[in-house]
Design a protein around this ligand. Structure first.
Ligand code: FE
Ligand code: FE
Ligand code: ZN
Length: 281
C-alpha cells in the first residue's frame, strides 16, 4: 500500500486532520502537537482521539507522524532551553503514545559550538529522561538534518552515535528527509543505492521508519535546508519517482513538507500516486 500524506495543522483537532488527509487523497498525515515555536500543548480530547482511530481504520490509514517543535534543543548551552526540551519531548511522547498508530519524530538539536560529542551526550540524556515512562509511541525517530549552522544529525554517524547512548534502543528509529540528506551531502540523485547502502552499514535499514518527501531548492551539500515542491528542485521528478518505488523504501510512509497550501498538496499527492508503480514490476 502506498502510504502518502502531508503536514497538517492541528488547529481543528485530530479527527479533522484525518478527514482532511482523506480529502487531499492521502492516507496519513504529519502534525505538530503544539505550536512549532514552542509553548503549551493542548490536552487530548478522548472523543476526538477515538474519532480519528475509527476514521483511520475505515480509510486504511498508515501510521501518522507527530513532529516535535523546532525550538526544542536538548543540546543547548542554556540550561533553561535544555530543560524546556526535556519537558516538552517527555510530554509529546506521552501524547503520541495515546494517539492511534502514531510515531514521533524530532530534530536532534544544534550543538552551538560545543561540538558534536557534547551534543550527542546531551541529546541522548534528554531521550533517556523522556523515554523513561510506561507509555511510549511505537517509534521515536531522529530526523536526518541538512547541517545548517551547528545542527546535529547531518551524518549517519552522528545519528547512530545518539542511538548508541539511548537505553530504549528498541524504540529508536530514523525519519529520512530527502531534502535534508541531499542538502547535507548525500547524493541521492546520482547514487541512491550507495546512500542506502551506507545508511544500512552505519545505522541499519530496519531503523528507517519514515520518509519526509521534499524536493530541494539548492544543490548537493548546500546546508541551507530550503524545501521545494515535488519535481521542481534539484532532486527532480526522476529521483522522487525512484524513491517512492524503491524496494527498500516503498513500504514506508511518505510525508510531504513542501511549500504548498492544501490544494498544492492534493496535486502533489495525485502526481505521486500516478508515479507509483505496481508491486513486483
Ligand atoms: Fe522536520
Ligand atoms: Fe523534514
Ligand atoms: Zn527542512
Amino acid at each position: 500500500m502506498f502510504i502518502i500524506g502531508c503536514h497538517l495543522s492541528v488547529t481543528n483537532g485530530y479527527l479533522a486532520m484525518g478527514k482532511k488527509a482523506t480529502e487531499l487523497g492521502g492516507n496519513t498525515f504529519q502534525f505538530f502537537p503544539r505550536n512549532p515555536r514552542g509553548g503549551a500543548s493542548k490536552p487530548l480530547i478522548e472523543e476526538d482521539v477515538e474519532g480519528l482511530r475509527q476514521w483511520m481504520k475505515d480509510h486504511d490509514f498508515g501510521p501518522i507522524l507527530c513532529h516535535g517543535a523546532y525550538t526544542m534543543n536538548g543540546a543547548s548551552t542554556k540550561e533553561s532551553v535544555r530543560d524546556f526540551a526535556r519537558r516538552a519531548i517527555r510530554e509529546d511522547l506521552a501524547k503520541a503514545a495515546h494517539l492511534p498508530d502514531c510515531m514521533y519524530n524530532f530534530h536532534p538539536g544544534a550543538h552551538l559550538k560545543q561540538g558534536v560529542d557534547v551534543a550527542v551526550g546531551l541529546i541522548s540524556d534528554m531521550l533517556n529522561y523522556a523515554m523513561d515512562q510506561e507509555e511510549l509511541p511505537k517509534v521515536v525517530c531522529l530526523e536526518t538534518m541538512a547541517g545548517k549552522g551547528t545542527e546535529v544529525g547531518r551524518t549517519f554517524e552522528e545519528l547512530s552515535a545518539i542511538i548508541e547512548k539511548v537505553e530504549r534502543k528498541d524504540r529508536m528509529g530514523i525519519c529520512l528527509d530527502t531534502c535534508h540528506i541531499y542538502d547535507g551531502g548525500y547524493d541521492i540523485v546520482n547514487d541512491l543505492e550507495g546512500v542506502l547502502k551506507t545508511f544500512d552499514e552505519i545505522i541499519g535499514l530496519p531503523r528507517l521508519h519514515a520518509i519526509h518527501l521534499n524536493d530541494d531548492k539548492n544543490p548537493l551539500a548546500s546546508h541551507k535546508d530550503r524545501h521545494e515542491k515535488i519535481g521542481q528542485g534539484s532532486l527532480g521528478i526522476g529521483t522522487i519517482t525512484k524513491i517512492i518505488n524503491h524496494p527498500k523504501l516503498r513500504d514506508l510512509p511518505f510525508y510531504l513538507e513542501t511549500p504548498n497550501e492544501l490544494p498544492g498538496y492534493a496535486e502533489e499527492i495525485a502526481l505521486l500516486k500516478s508515479l507509483r508503480k505496481e508491486e513486483n514490476l
